[in-house]
Design a binder for this molecule. Structure first.
Ligand SMILES: [Zn+2]
Length: 74
C-alpha cells in the first residue's frame, strides 16, 4: 500500500497538500506521515480527523484521484 504524507501549511500557503511517498513536490521540512492507505480517499479522511482540512490533492502524485472524481460524474 502506498504511504501518504501531508505537507502542513505554512503562513504562505493557502492549504495543506496531501502527497504520496516519493512525490517530487513533497517538502521534507513540513511533512507529516498520515499512514499507509490503499487509496487517496482514506488519506483525505485521516487528514480531516487530524484537523488539516482544507487540504488539497497534489496534481503530481494524485492523478488517480482526479480520474476517479471524473469517472464518478458519469
Ligand atoms: Zn504530490
Amino acid at each position: 500500500m502506498p504511504k501518504y504524507y501531508i505537507n502542513k501549511k505554512s503562513d504562505s500557503d493557502i492549504e495543506s497538500i496531501i502527497h504520496r511517498e516519493g512525490c517530487k513536490s513533497l517538502k521534507a521540512d513540513s511533512k507529516e506521515l498520515l499512514g499507509y492507505f490503499s487509496n487517496y480517499y482514506d488519506a483525505v479522511e485521516i487528514a480531516k480527523i487530524r484537523g488539516y482540512m482544507p487540504a488539497s490533492d497534489c496534481e503530481h502524485c494524485s492523478s488517480e484521484y482526479y480520474y476517479r472524481k471524473a469517472a464518478n460524474k458519469k
